[in-house]
Design a binder for this molecule. Sequence first.
Ligand SMILES: Cc1cc2nc3c(=O)[nH]c(=O)nc-3n(C[C@H](O)[C@H](O)[C@H](O)COP(=O)(O)OP(=O)(O)OC[C@H]3O[C@@H](n4cnc5c(N)ncnc54)[C@H](O)[C@@H]3O)c2cc1C
Length: 80
Amino acid sequence: MCADLADSTDASEAPRGKHGRAPDVFRRGGWMRMREYALDDPVDFAIVGTGAGGATLACRLAEAGFRVVAFDAGAWWRPL
Ligand SMILES: Cc1cc2nc3c(=O)[nH]c(=O)nc-3n(C[C@H](O)[C@H](O)[C@H](O)COP(=O)(O)OP(=O)(O)OC[C@H]3O[C@@H](n4cnc5c(N)ncnc54)[C@H](O)[C@@H]3O)c2cc1C
């Protein structure tokens, strides 16, 4: 499911990646599309820990066309 990116909800107020969108780190309060998978969907990579290393790896793999899911135990830190 992909939410309407024009939704008036401010990403600064609810900075969570869900419903097909995630906070856009380059636009304060903005959103960008985020691919989501069902629990039984096959993926190419499952990355545990999305800090500096895991997040960068997930980004590059996704840009290369792989199906990637990433897990993190911590809070959602807003880069801005
Ligand atoms: C205060 C501070 C300032 C720093 N400043 C700089 C700087 O200016 N420049 C610089 O280059 N480096 C800086 N560093 C170092 C840099 O942050 C680290 O080198 C880098 O983050 C290490 O990347 P990483 O991917 O190995 O681990 P991390 O970035 O720490 O990521 C690990 C991730 O795994 C998650 N995780 C852990 N256990 C689990 C689990 N069981 N299940 C799911 N998720 C889990 C954590 O929540 C975390 O998000 C700084 C570090 C600190 C603490």
